[in-house]
Write a protein that binds this ligand. Structure first.
Ligand SMILES: *Cc1c(COP(=O)(O)O)cnc(C)c1O
Length: 375
């Protein structure tokens, strides 16, 4: 059986008539950049996140960059970023002109270890990037408490967590601002690039909107030097259609994760669930000894099962961050995890036959290794 890592075509076919009509409506109105489809999506997505403002931008990376710049963070400032994330969480800090300061992760949740956070704060620290990695909410209350005490901004990197909730509150409504990506493979994915900043801060939203649109006050009057980072109408129309289906899709992801965890119990380490944290399983991560991971990957590949590694090199260990001169022991948890984690196929349209096929293959591999070790 061939099991892809995700199946965007299967999702499209399930909503084809709605999507096709939405795309045609944008073309009929030539509402390609900005316009009514973008405005409609921004309103719907702000409501979904439980906030008052949503600013559509070109992608999730720009959402972070525009947010940092709108908060006036730049040269001489530091921003704390978890050592385990996609590079967009940290490269945007540098592009804003500030310095990246990495903090290690909790080995069970793979998110920021809040007990190691305060040691990273200096007089130059301006913000903490709380990444809700894999769709699991970060430990927001302690992060917000530390931030309040040190007068720091908290920016949620919610690129993998559309629809997750933390103690009953939607992800995206917890920090000073939250940044979303609508890259096609994300839980809420466009048919191209897209992103958004959501916030309750009207001034921040206004500034971000101006910055992302050439610093415009009106057509050819520019209050500041900005950039061109706008959500386009076609993407917004697709996103409006898909947003209506997102709660159901996220619930299916949670069901699939529960099923995987049930089937994999005793074979490999499966994701932890914590009361009050409602994840959306953008990714389903298992953990296995480092010397077995590559063999498992190949074994699954031979069975037709696609896997991923998110991420194979912890951010501080990337060549891109050689300039920070970190050693391999500076972020022990992120470094160890990067050698042991494996992402299994996860998408709402998966069926039980696929879930059991994947889990059985993993269990079979692990059992064969235990036998080898015992003999
Ligand atoms: C995808 C992603 C981003 C960047 O989003 P793009 O839309 O691809 O620019 C940022 N942070 C995290 C954690 C992501 O997974």
């Amino acid at each position: 059986m061939n099991i892809p890592f995700l199946d965007l075509n299967k999702q499209y076919l399930s909503i084809k008539s709605e999507i096709d009509a939405a795309i045609q409506a944008v073309i009929d109105k030539s509402a390609f950049v900005g316009g009514p489809f973008v405005e409609q999506f921004e309103r719907a997505f702000a409501a979904y996140c439980g906030v008052s403002h949503c600013v559509g931008v070109a992608n999730g990376t720009d959402a972070l960059l525009v947010t940092f710049k709108s908060l006036n963070i730049g040269a001489g400032d530091e921003i704390i970023v978890p050592a385990n994330s996609f590079i967009a969480s940290s490269e945007t800090v540098t592009h804003a002109g500030a310095r990246v300061v990495f903090a290690d992760i909790d080995p069970e949740t793979y998110n920021l270890d809040v007990t190691k956070l305060e040691a990273k704060i200096t007089s130059r620290t301006k913000a903490i990037v709380a990444v809700h990695l894999y769709g699991r909410p970060a430990d927001m209350d302690p992060i917000l408490e530390i931030a309040r005490r040190h007068r720091l901004y908290v920016i949620e990197d919610a690129a993998q967590a559309h629809g997750a909730t933390y103690k009953g509150r939607p992800i995206g409504s917890l920090g000073d601002a939250a940044c979303f990506s609508f890259y096609p493979g994300k839980n809420l994915g466009a048919y191209g690039d897209g992103g958004a900043i959501v916030t309750n801060d009207a001034k921040l939203a206004d500034h971000a909107r101006m910055l992302a649109n050439h610093g415009r006050i009106d057509k050819y009057n520019h209050g500041i030097e900005g950039l061109n980072s706008r959500l386009d109408g076609l993407q917004a129309a697709v996103l409006s259609v898909k947003l209506k289906h997102l709660p159901k899709w996220n619930e299916l992801r949670r069901q699939h994760a529960r099923r995987y965890s049930e089937l994999l119990r005793g074979s490999v380490t499966t994701p932890v669930e914590t009361p009050g944290y409602v994840p959306v399983y953008h990714l389903y991560i298992i953990r296995i000894e480092a010397d077995l991971r590559e063999d498992l990957r190949v074994f699954l590949q031979q069975r037709g099962i696609a896997t991923g590694i998110h991420y194979p090199i912890a951010l501080p260990n990337l060549s891109a961050y050689a300039y920070l001169k970190h050693g391999a022991t500076d972020f022990p948890e992120a470094t160890t995890a990067s050698g042991q984690i494996l992402s299994l196929p996860m998408f709402p349209e998966m069926v039980d036959e696929q879930l059991t096929y994947v889990a059985d293959a993993v269990a079979e591999f692990v059992a064969s290794k235990i036998k080898v070790k015992a003999s």
